[in-house]
Design a binder for this molecule. Structure first.
Ligand code: C2E
Ligand code: MG
Ligand code: MG
Ligand code: MG
Length: 277
């Protein structure tokens, strides 16, 4: 009577092991194929000035639509590409694609900015700033319009990032610390590194206005960013109450579904042509 149950559990376990192995071995192959067969695309989320609602820039976000109709979340394939050593290839693809798609918008307004997500491997590559510089020149885009977003976790796991950040800023690029507050790292690096923007993670925006104790944390993050002279961008703003609070606290910029969702470049162009900025 107990045998079938044991057998079932055994099969289940074996299945799980095979699934995990299959995922690990096939993901790098899937990413290679996706690059070759153009399965990746970019969407852009507007960054708004909280005081006016004006669009001041865009964040480029990667999308993966598979031929079978399914979508793979960047929260899945970006970490996978980091583990398999393929992330630099993805970043290179992103940089080329976003400059092709946004150069006209950027050239039309020298104040408008474009943010791309940069990873630890990119910063460990000593030639990263040089290849970006070549790319910017080829597309006729000013480095000062490009923001590199680096997550706080990168500073915990990767040493030697300060030199590459310095090189990027020497080009004229700006640096944002992304997902701030989620990395559990020491705050010492904040004073050491050359940063321009601090992106307040959605985790700290969510509890605003709910009366939860955690709602107070955001005020401390804001005070710290102010004392360091960083421009703040709140992420994941979904309600008017959150926007009002952040505005009152002196947060300059925000992104979130309240203002606009990430969208293909054609939609960005249509909005901007209608005077959304
Ligand atoms: P991130 O850089 O912190 O991007 C913000 C994420 O929050 C995006 O998720 C965006 O779609 C989502 N978001 C924005 N506003 C709201 C909101 O109001 N509510 C909610 N619920 N979500 C909102 P997405 O596009 O799924 O990207 C997830 C993460 O994947 C990004 O976090 C980034 O770390 C990574 N990622 C995406 N594209 C790229 C890329 O091209 N390169 C690299 N290296 N990483 C990327
Ligand atoms: Mg980001
Ligand atoms: Mg973020
Ligand atoms: Mg994030």
């Amino acid at each position: 009577q107990m045998m079938p149950v044991g057998l079932l559990l055994g099969l289940l376990l074996a299945g799980l092991v095979f699934w995990v192995m299959w995922r690990q071995t096939s993901m790098p192959a899937m990413i290679r194929t996706a690059l070759r067969q153009d399965e990746f695309s970019m969407v852009y989320q507007p960054v708004v000035e909280l005081a006016t609602g004006r669009w001041v820039g865009l964040e480029a976000l990667m999308r993966w639509h598979r031929p079978d109709g399914t979508m793979v979340s960047p929260d899945v394939f970006i970490p996978a590409a980091e583990r398999s050593g393929q992330i630099s290839a993805l970043t290179a693809w992103v940089a080329e694609r976003v400059l092709t798609e946004t150069r006209a918008l950027l050239q039309a307004d020298p104040q408008f900015h474009l943010a791309i997500n940069v990873t630890g491997d990119d910063l460990l590559d000593g030639r990263f700033h040089a290849s970006l510089s070549t790319l910017l020149q080829r597309h006729g885009v000013a480095a000062s319009q490009l923001i590199g977003e680096i997550t706080e976790r990168v500073f915990m796991h990767t040493g030697q990032t300060g030199a590459q950040i310095h090189a990027l800023r020497a080009l004229g690029m700006r640096i944002a610390i992304d997902d701030f507050g989620t990395g559990y790292s020491s705050l010492a690096y904040l004073t050491r590194l050359e940063l321009d923007y601090l992106k307040i993670d959605k985790t700290f925006v969510d509890p605003i206005g709910t009366g939860a104790v955690t709602a107070n944390v955001v005020s401390h993050i804001i005070a710290m960013a102010q004392s360091l002279g960083l421009t703040m961008i709140a992420e994941g703003v979904e309600t008017e109450a959150q926007a009002d609070f952040l505005r009152a606290q002196g947060v300059q910029q925000a992104q979130g579904w309240l203002f606009a969702r990430p969208m293909p470049i054609e939609e960005v162009r249509q909005h901007m042509a209608k005077g959304a900025t």
